[in-house]
Write a new protein. Sequence first.
Length: 137
Amino acid sequence: MAVRLNPYLSFAGDARQALEFYQEIFGGTLRFSTYAEFGPPDAPGADRIMHGMLETPDGLVLMGADVPPGTDHIPGNNFAVSLSGDDDAGLRGCWQRLSADGEVVVPLEKQVWGDVLGMCTDRFGVPWMVAIGRPRS
């Protein structure tokens, strides 16, 4: 197996809803494991997601989980999920869905270096960067 780099996101009890939301946008196969599968089934938070993974036909991988029971969820500002490429229509569609019901930090528009870039925080509090580059010949 090749080494792959992908984001791993933490949620405060809505990991299932968030990962299902991303599956609606990107497609692919979504798998979940709950805390109950690896611990006491009647423990507090046992139905929460211990590990979730979305794998798309395009090779995208997104992982996420609810923070463990008894752990505080502190949304971070030290990460962003970057989505980039030269598929203008596809990336614009992702941008529209990601930014819907969220907050646009930087509008999706051409930047001084020539590429199109937008930054938003989706409705689950996850920061995204969408970058559309010029096709390489």
